[in-house]
Design a protein around this ligand. Structure first.
Ligand SMILES: Cc1cc2nc3c(=O)[nH]c(=O)nc-3n(C[C@H](O)[C@H](O)[C@H](O)COP(=O)(O)OP(=O)(O)OC[C@H]3O[C@@H](n4cnc5c(N)ncnc54)[C@H](O)[C@@H]3O)c2cc1C
Length: 450
């Protein structure tokens, strides 16, 4: 029990923006819950409010939900972008109390209880749930913003894939004059994303592009994984990190640990130990920080920039505002920025909104850690469960496959992904590697391609 019921907020509210087309389905005197972000947290919350006496407005800058755990597969041509993204309107088609608004929230006026959008008038809320996630964090390293590829959105993944493919096309035009590092990729960050990316890239190079580009010497195409800590998968058990190191090394990835990134430019990466690695492609998987929206709300932030929430996930002093997932933290022991805290937080807040409406006090959020997983590549993954059980190798991989299919949004996507994986598994082929002239033009780092 953490705060008194907010029953006084319920009912009789006039919505200043009720003339917007998006409020046409909204019964005026119903409690309005505005949710910023259709990610894991926002979706879990809105779905859990299905039978609540509220109108829910979900706002997202994109009109689709992104399944971020499979972004690396899009970046390595294993899956298409639309296999891991799902239209938000489709998700809520049958849920009558949800409307969707595609817009970017630019600020929140907590006194007027309105959110401001990049298009259209302000939107009033009775309860606000901020679930805007995180963005890539360059940690101030020189050249990251200009030269490295982040992996946080579908656009990032597609841009990276196109860049890698375009590098090979360029090299094929003059196979005997391939510049040092032209085909190489440095992956910065040896956490799950970096490990998965490095494993996916080496498979793409060895099993697909080596055959596609017979005239090229694939030894030019190196994958180098750089981790500042002493081992890979630092949040996993040491055994899992060691397994990732051994598997990646055996498959041809060069792994460098205990060294940070000093700077990045268009053709090379400099390490803090003075080494220089020639590479025209750099993937930045070193970490994330809260969405810039956190600062734009004017609400108190942790030192890491996340919105401070109390035990029930509401913002202290603002019982009508909650923050969940990657953008929120309790100020003392921040939860990891992974999907489960966001999903569980979303469900918890939905319950608290219902309790408040029923005049009941809110409850403390308790996070149930279900474990962690990371795939290292073809039929190898590590999976660590909360009960201490650990799976690795093909069994870990099967557990990883099963879990990702279960959490993936939409039947069509699940089927597509399953078929793609089965096809890739049997043939080693990757179908999502089409590259058009426009894709190359869109990649301004590819100016040398005719
Ligand atoms: C490459 C990668 C791999 C990952 N792999 C795993 C994994 O294997 N397992 C795991 O548990 N976690 C994984 N994660 C982390 C996990 O995806 C996140 O922790 C999770 O998505 C957080 O959920 P969320 O609801 O807080 O935010 P998100 O899911 O990021 O959703 C935020 C939403 O808010 C929207 N948004 C942001 N700003 C605004 C704005 N101003 N206005 C309107 N909309 C806005 C965004 O468009 C987005 O749809 C991975 C993340 C990445 C990037």
């Amino acid at each position: 029990m953490t705060r008194p019921a907010a029953a006084a907020q319920v009912g009789g509210v006039t919505h200043p923006d009720s003339a917007t087309p998006h409020s046409l389905n909204v019964v005026k005197d119903r409690h309005r819950v505005v949710v910023i972000g259709a990610g894991f947290g926002g979706l879990a919350l809105a779905r859990r409010l299905r039978d609540a006496p509220v109108d829910v407005v979900v706002i997202d800058a994109n009109n689709f939900h992104t399944f971020q755990p499979l972004l690396y597969q899009v970046a390595t041509a294993g899956l298409g972008a639309d296999d891991i993204a799902y239209p938000v309107r489709g998700i809520f088609r049958r849920q009558r109390n949800v409307t969707f608004r595609m817009a970017r929230v630019t600020s929140v006026d907590v006194d007027a209880r309105t959110v401001h959008l990049n298009s259209g008038g302000p939107l009033h809320y009775d309860t606000l749930v901020i679930a805007a996630g995180a963005v890539s964090n360059s940690f101030g390293v020189t050249g990251v913003d200009e030269h490295a590829f982040p992996l946080k959105s579908v656009e990032d993944a597609v841009a990276l894939r196109n860049h890698v493919l375009a590098k090979f096309e360029t090299a094929a035009a003059a196979p005997n004059a391939v510049e040092p590092g032209a085909l190489s990729v440095v992956v910065c960050g040896g956490g799950p994303t970096g490990v998965e990316m490095a494993g996916g890239l080496i498979e793409l190079f060895e099993h697909v592009l080596a055959k596609d580009f017979k005239q090229l010497d694939v030894r030019h195409a190196q994958v180098i994984l750089v981790e500042m800590g002493e081992r890979l998968l630092g949040t996993f058990a040491p055994k899992s990190g060691l397994r990732a190191l051994r598997t990646l090394t055996r498959r041809g990835v060069e792994v460098i640990t205990g060294t940070g990134i000093q700077s990045i430019d268009a053709v090379a990466v400099r390490l803090t130990d003075g080494r220089r690695i020639d590479a025209h492609t750099v993937v930045w998987a070193a970490g994330v920080q809260a969405s810039p929206l956190a600062a734009a709300t004017g609400l108190p932030l942790t030192r890491g920039g996340r919105i401070i929430v109390g035990p029930d996930l509401s913002v202290p002093g603002h019982p009508e505002i909650y923050a969940i997932g990657d953008i929120a933290a309790d100020g003392t022991t921040p939860l990891p920025q992974v999907a489960q805290p966001a999903i569980q937080g979303g469900r918890h807040v939905a319950r608290q909104i219902e309790r408040s409406l029923a005049g009941q006090p809110t409850e403390t959020f308790t996070y149930h850690d279900k474990g962690s997983m990371a795939t290292i590549g073809r039929h190898d993954a590590v999976a660590e469960f909360a009960n201490g059980r650990r799976l690795s190798g093909p069994l870990g991989w099967l557990a990883w496959l099963g879990l990702h299919i279960v959490y993936l949004m939409g039947f069509r996507n699940r089927l597509n992904v399953l078929l793609n994986w089965a096809w890739n598994y049997v043939t080693y082929d990757r179908s999502a590697r089409l590259l058009g002239a426009d894709d190359v033009d869109a990649d301004d780092r590819m100016s040398e391609l005719p």
